[in-house]
Design a protein around this ligand. Structure first.
Ligand code: URA
Length: 425
């Protein structure tokens, strides 16, 4: 076989056979198919798409390109969760211990943030001592003993995705359904859980800008999971504004603690309890949302979170430490009305520029910086009331403040928002 012939075949809109996909992925990981040919193929896929069979072959060959985690030593139905990326997305920090507090084991490998989106690992690393690099043995032992672990993905898991994702990132081929679906599902399948909850984010701050596209991605991933015997449910969630009230690593840990203490915003607390209910259902534990919420109110979920932090070397005193920044700047409402828009992408980029995110993979993070919103979409505001506080370790210029203000949309009439748009199973 020759890569050039397969690129041409896809470029001309034809289906690649199972053998051809296998040959391409194996060759890419072995280094015999070079980056320049793989990027041409990714672009051909971008324009011509892939059939369901091709996506499934691509996914399973990617799974086979690295280690596969065996979680069978952990008793019970192991559940995992994945988000397709967002701004202020601290859901895993609350959801994982909340689900584990019902004795359902959560063995989760998370990722880092890039661009305007944040990553759970970066948030956890803002806790002094928290170890994200854990051996497979210790990972399993921790889930057996504590019921929950959130660690970094091992270097050998889905090697093809590591290479391909880095290539897609610099060749404008990230936001295409067959490649996102195979990237996400290869990692989830290789990570070994029996059941998977997919949080497919929709809106201006997400890869999927419309509900229609998100629905196709979600169904594709659900079908891939089910085809290999993993119970899979996708939830389309709203990413038109940041999740919850904070963006930034330490700030999001603090918000997660507030939610776990029952002191979080009502809408985000309810949303996470609904996700937990679905995740528990995947493990055959049927609970009402009110029953799930009890584990926030009685401290069981918070206790689990603290146990996880301690098990991974995190310092419990540091966990509760406020963000340490040199500048806190309040942004005030310029008029009376209702907040009708807080564009997630714009505020994600703003927080990135404060140091809370990375423009490129090698950027160093400032764990302390970010934004805390005092008002969210749908809330009433009066002129002069604080809408947000910027946490920075540098002066906030007039220009930056004007840019921030420009993105706070206030109008006379309120709008309704909902976090869960649709469930796909
Ligand atoms: N998240 C992933 O893991 N892969 C993608 O391709 C997009 C989002």
């Amino acid at each position: 076989m020759r890569a050039v012939d397969l690129i041409q075949k896809k470029r001309d809109g034809l289906e690649l056979s199972s053998e051809e996909i296998k040959w391409l992925i194996e060759g890419y990981v072995a280094g015999t198919v070079p980056d320049y040919q793989m990027s041409a193929l990714a672009m051909a896929i971008y324009f011509k798409g892939m059939s369901t069979r091709e996506i499934s072959d691509l996914t399973m060959n990617m799974v086979a390109s690295g280690d596969q985690i065996d979680l069978s030593a952990i008793p019970g139905i192991k559940v995992d969760k994945h988000s397709t990326g967002g701004v202020g997305d601290k859901v895993t920090l609350i959801l994982a211990p909340l689900v584990a507090s019902f004795e359902v084991p959560v063995a989760k490998m998370s990722g880092r943030g890039l661009g305007h989106t944040g990553g759970t690992l970066d948030k956890l690393e803002s806790i002094k001592g928290y170890q994200i690099e854990v051996t497979q043995e210790d990972f399993i032992k921790q889930v057996q003993e504590t019921g929950v672990a959130v660690i970094g993905q091992s270097d050998n898991l889905v090697k093809a995705d590591k290479l391909l994702y880095a290539l897609r990132d610099v060749t404008a081929t990230v936001d295409i359904i067959p490649l996102i679906a195979s990237s996400v599902m290869s990692k989830k399948i290789a990570a070994g859980a029996d059941a998977i909850l997919l949080d497919v984010t929709v809106g201006e701050g997400a890869f999927m800008k419309t509900v229609e596209e998100a629905r196709v991605l979600a169904q594709t991933m659900v079908d891939l999971g089910k085809a290999v015997g993993r119970k899979t449910i996708a939830v389309l969630t709203n990413m038109s504004q940041p999740v919850g009230t904070s963006i930034g690593n330490r700030l999001e840990i603090l918000e997660a603690l507030e939610i776990l203490q029952g002191k979080g915003r009502e809408d985000v607390t309810e949303f996470i309890c609904e996700l937990a209910q679905i995740m528990l259902g995947l493990a055959d534990v049927e609970k009402t949302v009110a029953e799930v919420r009890q584990h926030i109110e009685n401290g069981a979920a918070l206790k689990k979170f603290e146990e996880m932090v301690q098990a991974q070397g995190g310092d419990l005193e540091d966990l509760y430490r406020p963000a340490n920044v040199s500048h806190k700047v309040d942004v005030l409402a310029e008029r009376d009305g209702y907040i009708v828009g807080l564009p997630a992408l714009e505020f994600g980029l703003f927080a990135m520029k404060l140091g809370a995110g990375r423009a490129v993979k090698t950027d160093e993070l400032d764990y302390e910086t970010g934004i805390v919103f005092h008002k969210k979409v749908g809330d009433a505001v009066e002129k002069g009331q604080p809408i947000a506080t910027i946490y920075a370790n540098e002066n906030i210029s007039e220009n930056m403040l004007t840019n921030f203000q420009k993105n706070v949309k206030i109008d006379d009439a309120s709008v309704n928002t909902k976090e869960i748009i649709e469930i796909i199973s």
